[in-house]
Design a protein. Sequence first.
Lengths: 745, 332
Amino acid sequence: MSDQNIGKPVPRKEGRAKVTGAARYVDDLAVPGMLYGVTVRSHVARGRISEIIFGDRIPWDEFTVVTARDIPGANAVALILNDQPYLADRIVNHAEEPILLLAHEDKYLLEEARRAVRVEIEPLPAVFSIEDSLAKKEIVWGEDNVFKSFLVEKGNVDEVWDSPGLVVVEGVYATGAQEQLYIETNGVIATASREEGVVVQGSMQCPYYVHKALVKLFDLPEDKVRVIQTETGGGFGGKEEYPSMIAGHAALLAWKSGRPVKMIYDRAEDMTATTKRHPSRTRHRTAVTRAGQLLGMEIDFVIDGGAYATLSAVVLSRGTIHAAGPYNCPNVRIRSRAVATNAPPHGAFRGFGAPQSIFALERHLDKVAAAVGLAPEELRRRNFISRGETTATGQVIREEVDMGALLDRAFELSDYHAKRERFSRENVGNKIKRGIGFASFMHGAGFTGSGEKYLQSVVGCEATAEGRVRVLAASTEIGQGTNTIFAQIAADALGLDYERVEVVRPDTASVPNSGPTVASRTCMIVGKLVESAALQLKQTLAGAGLLQEPYTAEEFERACREYIEKNGALKSFSQYRQPEGVEWDDEHYRGDAYGAYAWAVYVAEVSVDTLTYEARVEDFVAVQEVGRVIHPVLAAGQIEGGVAQGVGWTLYESVVWAGGRMANGQMTNYIIPTSADIPPIRVHFFENPYAGGPAGAKGIGELPMDGPAPAILNAVEHATGVRFDSVPLTPEAIMEALEGEAVKA
Amino acid sequence: MNPFTYKRATDQSGAIREVAGNANAKFLAGGTNLIDLMKMNVQQPAELVDINRLALKRIEKTPTGLRIGALASNSEVATNALVRENFPVLSEALLAGASPQLRNMATVGGNLLQRTRCYYFMDTAFPCNKRVPGSGCPAIPGFNRIHAILGASDKCIAVHPSDMAVALAALDAVVNVEGAAGARQIPIIDFHRLPGDTPHVDTNLRADELIVSVDLPSSAFARRSRYLKIRDRAQYAFALVSVAAALDVQQGRIGAARLALGGVAHKPWRALEAEKILTGAQANAQTFKAAAEAVVKDAVPQKHNAFKIELARRAVVRLLSDVAGVMTGGAA
Ligand SMILES: Cc1cc2nc3c(=O)[nH]c(=O)nc-3n(C[C@H](O)[C@H](O)[C@H](O)COP(=O)(O)OP(=O)(O)OC[C@H]3O[C@@H](n4cnc5c(N)ncnc54)[C@H](O)[C@@H]3O)c2cc1C
């Protein structure tokens, strides 16, 4: 293995095509004879469909119309519980639920037709909040509105409360929904027939999820379904499960019409009808000694899953496991539930439950620190987990972890202590209050628990007679750099130039299933498979007596040519194997939840204008240990982007709900931060190579979403002296808290 | 979006005739608002008459002030030297709006006629009295954080989103229009309407009338004018509350005053009572507070926007102090 590419800012593989406009997104593609497809959706949150009326003045015989009755296989999106229908049949459970599909070659007539369909729905009582769902105000799902619950137990928390000399601190924390707002909206093109099978190409994160869903929807053999990822303009989780829905819809229309069908959502449809981050509510009860030793943590974590189970169980799982943070506490109980409401299903979004539970914990620990008279950092230092200690699930940390060193570095870069002291002093007479705060946290890379064991991901490597190497994987490039880092990893494994390696476009007809592009797993888990598949290529050549180290590129090329002349093709495949000693008990939720964690301390500096009560983030320091950094520019970009998204979730992004439907589904009404709202973000990496990752790398994609919200709210508390325990934090909430009821009435 | 016919007008009267002859025709200027609304199906004109080739782009001096052509872009107006010197509030208001790209396309006429950003108006899944008269107003019982605190009716609580129009209101601007029935002048204060029982009618402009230009009378107060906009992010957002203030102060005493607010009502809100308090008074904190109180005296909050009343008060005091401070040589 060489070290030519890893750690270097090589050019992005798809960078040139993107900046020159050559990259082709799905809406840039056209297929001869193509129709357009649209979805008729429910306008009520819950009800019984009584009638579908096709208005006059539309030449309906020219249209392809698909209802639930037209579905050849199962009317359910295959995921975990398979409870979400492709098309509602009789009952609707959320606003914007798909009921009917239309296709026509004239986009404009199609839009008119969509508006001419009137769906009569008798409303049923609906539930819109976590509290109402828990209180079973109405049962809207299953027997008790609960999609999934977990219980994590460590030690015996019931015994700690009565111990003498303890301080008990309680708190309740809440987070709101958040729209992924990738630049490219959801879209696909489908062709489908019984003879030829189903082919879908489009914007997505997980081609094999879509594949699995289409196999069930059409009741076809696996080899009759083909899914191809087109250039994808961002995902953030929003294209993890949802593409299975739109792909199924377009394919149903294609199946019935016998013509290719293109379906592209506009921004309003994408915002109102597709998934968002799960809103959450967390209760903490913590026992701490006067010396600041955490003795017991009782955590109740609830997320709003929306109307169908979709991915809520696994979002809940990650949120649950991260709920107790990077601390060593002997007695912990985490009870968690994902509950149903009549909102469109909430789904995957960068962080996947962890930002919600970490927000609660890191706000709460500032409160705990105050209760025992310690500085926030001092409380954390006294409880940071280190090697040999155990997490809430009883996972023994085997790698070197030095949270204290991360904290020191973050404080040094942000000048934390001096600013903390200076702001406290200067705020007294100032109209603009300043504050500084931080959060310390970790994020597990890869699927939770036994997820990776079940996935059994496979990656292939192929060499051509010209000595070029092709990586075969279903992991998608969605702007985050998959193709670049895979090429770096394969190139270094083979001692070749980066340009010699190409990453093949994910197409289920030609790449093995390397699993979904989610869960911070692409670099660490799939990248490791890329590395070993590449190493196997080399071994194959060496084993055939064609290649000897050290070798030049020309020697490699000759070896490939000779091998291929003799054997036809040169390919190798590598399959995931659980590393030695990693054990997970699904039933009791105990054991090694993740192969590895990235560790971090983030510091936010804020200002609060007491005239307008606007809070701004003025400066941000992000220090993290992520194993080896494969590509410094892309890695820093991931951190900066995640922090920006976190700033949005904390201070700007407010989903306005009206009867279970997003009322501000427009980019001028749903406020995301612009570059003018984002502070300088100073990113610092600690590199501590992890044996289980390629060249020592761990995952980083989700990590930066976890820290900003609590760090910012901790800083706002420092600035204003007021505790805010929910996000998004709007100026009017700050005003109300500071000015009291006077402002309210 | 609906299919529509497109015509490019080459002369003013032809453009007016074309629109007068088709009840479902609209003028197309920068298109930054109209085309968006068409894409969202909020508006469905059957015909667009493109007026961009008409000679209405000039910004020129007149004996009494400045005349700005209806097709002058928001960028051109904002950066025009005469505007910056004599009507700084207009330049500041324009620069506080939208983005450079949008300002390059957006025109004075289109800006005056831009439609509300009420979530419910912009989303055809909801009823809306402004979009479909008589269908109801979901904003009143619904989420109404960005809505009106002044001059609303039980039919509509939307606010006018323009920054430019607020500055024009503080500058006593006059809108010159021409229609099939001839030309007329509309003072800015009478240009936009309150919602009353007919919230679908935004302005007093007739459907076939073309905005030709806007006149700005020169004055001492206009030269000392500024704009303050409070919004949900640093750039590229509509005003929660905005204030345009123009003061003529001599030796600490206010001679003439103009005060208008944006983001609070269905039209740019000229605060006439506050102006009376300011006129002739000492330019000090007490006066400014009294003026601010007068502005919000009749304010009625909706369920989610009481904070706007306090915000308006504070914004008025801050801006008046700033404007006065500049002139008295104090801190800006
Ligand atoms: C993302 C975004 C952010 C924005 N932010 C802001 C902001 O912060 N502040 C702000 O004030 N504005 C903002 N705007 C709105 C912007 O200022 C308006 O879209 C613009 O001024 C409209 O001008 P236009 O020439 O493009 O009008 P068009 O879209 O062409 O026309 C708008 C209307 O005016 C009519 N019309 C146009 N010209 C004439 C004329 N001469 N005579 C008669 N009728 C005419 C048209 O028929 C149409 O009904 C924003 C817009 C966008 C898209």
